[in-house]
Write a protein that binds this ligand. Sequence first.
Ligand code: AMP
Length: 389
Amino acid sequence: MAARGHTGPILPGGTLGILGGGQLGSMFAAAAKRMGYRVEAISDVADCPAAIHCDRLHVGSFTDAALLARVAADCDAVTFEFENVPVEAGRALAAAVPVRPDPEVLHTTQDRAREKAFLSAHGFACAPFRIVDAHAGLKQAVAEIGLPAVLKTAAFGYDGKGQVKLLAAGDVDAAWARCGAGPDGSRRLVLEGFVDFDCEISVVAARGVDGTVAAFPPKRNDHAHHILDVSSVPARLPDGVLAEATTVATRILETLGVVGVACVEFFVSRDGRVLVNEIAPRTHNSGHLTIEACETSQFEQQVRAVCGLPLGSTRLRSPAAMANLLGDCWTAGDPDWAAALGVPGVRLHLYGKREARPGRKMGHLTALAATVEEAVERVTTARRLACRG
Ligand code: AMP
């Protein structure tokens, strides 16, 4: 594929490609369409959320060279909406069309071991960790890090998948057995010290082609069963903690050379330390409330960054809270949307997924209010009413 050079910004009328067809791709496509772009997506299934907003959905595999060549020929720039895209696909595309963020950012962040090595090489504070590839190595790592600790698979882990908590020395064998081997029988794992955190926060930020960074206000994130449950903003933490998280996120985007949007998730320890948990080089679930709460949404910001346009204002217009709607909400039948939407200040987003499986992210609710406490109250009340308790 021959490289195509762009001298200026990619303007409305241009075509943007997205690797992945999930809800993040769908909301990116909606923002891009509103701004006058054409959007093409690659997904392995036809019936995906991005199909709703894309001009063209390519159903196929990221390893299909002919498909990648077609997308490169159609698009002025390509981005991705989830990390588990093969880096080789990104590299093949990048030879022909700008891929933003660069596939090398994906390479670093899609593997926990590489991500941790990056963080420690550049002095970004995170939980103590060891990279483990053998049973004996795990025992040694436990001796060095101490317990409790969390063992995580290096690749393809998200929302707590591929994670085991170790509480006692006797847990080592079971944890080793549970963190599965790769297709070749090898294991790449990361053992992390368990952080006794006060709360979790995240900073979604964008970096433009010119190196300008614009960070959204940090969100407080409450998880249930390792999956994000409620995000809220302002995060109700001291200004110094919020400023530190914003500075660290900005420096991470700069150090990685991100062009596009990325999210940095943090633990705030009980003694006030701000520790990086993980980096996602894309829009993030905790940033969904920017659609209603900020002057620019994370999805419009991704369009602007990917296209080389000026970044939009990230100013918070109102305190806000977002509650995820998982498939579990459908257990007792269709949710009562009318009841949820009767709560003042509440907005509903459904992603168009047909099958409501437990734990599957089907949509979210956002509430705006005069205070963040009221926004959390509104959004959780709306969800309780929708999901019938
Ligand atoms: P992750 O997929 O690494 O983001 O982990 C999912 C969730 O598990 C996090 O949001 C935390 O709530 C919890 N968790 C993961 N790693 C740790 C850790 N080292 N210490 C405490 N809690 C953790």
